[in-house]
Design a protein around this ligand. Structure first.
Ligand code: FE2
Ligand code: FE2
Length: 334
């Protein structure tokens, strides 16, 4: 993965005004680093996007963790556990990256728990059968990769670097889902049917993961100008559809869209209209699992309080010891 080409900071533009240095660095495809001057709106946009991204990673653990105890074999269980743990890790990288902008992790989690920051609407759908684990890997992680690979070139350095590692892991997630569905689709009639049913339910919500159409997307144009985003929502959605159609053929499964057809002229697949009312309803909190996800998240946070307290106490003890050693060393050399 080619991602972080240069980390020349705006120091290189010494003498220029901070605004001009920022603009020049963005125009030259250089990375903006935490200590560089940046417009307030750039900072706010990044915090919002990175927080939403981090929240999605940790909330996204829930639908799949639901199947860990019922995985059909030791191999499948080990794969699924690794995948769910990866998502926790992604959350940690992203909260850490967001902290470089001066927002504490506690503050971000409080906002999530209070419903003041969002996570991806896709995680408000239930995982009804084992095949959903496959459909999520193939479609949801697949859509995430399509969205996230360009973020490896995001103008903000810490975000771009976090994405490099995340994307490597996401590609494993996509493959394990694809392989799971392939196994089911080559299995018994009941297994095939289960795989098809999962794809039927996850296809449209996956297309919604790219966000509203370009003409209705509030933040897109500015984010593209700042090189936080590199491609529009519709462009990425089209890319995803074009990738999935041949993969579905290999799987021997059908995508639930009668309008799906190759368009010779455009060189892309045409696809049917997305139900944006459903998307808006889920965003508003009326999806099948919104309530359950946030309740579970708050509970997990409360149950983890003792771990955070212990970690803080441990860190305080070590920093006290460190200070003491430093003082003792100081005396010895005095
Ligand atoms: Fe992830
Ligand atoms: Fe993933």
């Amino acid at each position: 993965m080619t991602a972080v080409t240069s980390t020349v900071t705006t120091d290189a533009y010494e003498g220029a005004s901070p605004e001009a240095a920022f603009e020049a660095a963005v125009a030259a495809d250089e990375r903006i680093e935490p200590r560089d001057w940046m417009p307030d709106a750039y900072r706010t946009t990044l915090i919002r996007q990175m927080a939403q991204h981090a929240h999605s990673e940790i909330i996204g653990m829930q639908p799949e963790a639901n199947w860990i105890t019922r995985a059909p074999s030791l191999r499948r269980k080990a794969i699924l556990m690794a995948k769910v743990q990866d998502e926790a890790g992604h959350g940690l990288y992203l909260y850490s990256a967001a902290e470089t902008l001066g927002t504490g992790r506690d503050e971000l989690l409080d906002k999530l728990h209070a419903g003041r920051q969002r996570y991806s609407s896709i995680f408000n759908y239930p995982t009804l059968t084992w095949a959903d684990v496959g459909a999520i890997g193939w479609l949801v992680d697949g859509a995430a990769i399509t969205n996230q690979v360009p973020l490896c070139r995001c103008s903000y350095g810490p975000y771009a670097r976090a994405m490099v590692r995340i994307c490597k892991e996401e590609s494993f997630h996509q493959r394990q889902g694809y392989e799971l569905l392939l196994t089911l689709s080559r299995g018994t009639a009941a297994q095939r049917e289960m795989a098809q049913d999962a794809v039927n339910r996850w296809w449209w919500p996956s297309l919604m993961m790219f966000g509203p159409p370009d003409d209705a997307s509030a933040h897109s144009a500015q984010s593209m100008a700042w090189k936080i985003k590199r491609h529009s929502n519709d462009e990425l959605r089209q890319r995803f559809v074009d990738i999935c159609v041949p993969q579905a053929e290999t799987l021997g499964l059908t995508l639930p869209d009668p309008d799906l057809a190759w368009n010779e002229e455009r060189g892309h697949y045409d696809f049917g209209a997305i139900d944006w009312t459903e998307f808006q309803e889920v965003l508003k909190g009326n999806g099948p699992c919104n309530e359950q996800r946030i309740t579970q998240r708050r509970r997990a946070h409360e149950e983890g309080a003792w771990v955070r307290e212990a970690a803080a106490a441990y860190a305080a003890k070590h920093s006290a010891q460190h200070t003491q050693h430093a003082q003792t060393d100081g005396k010895a050399t005095a």
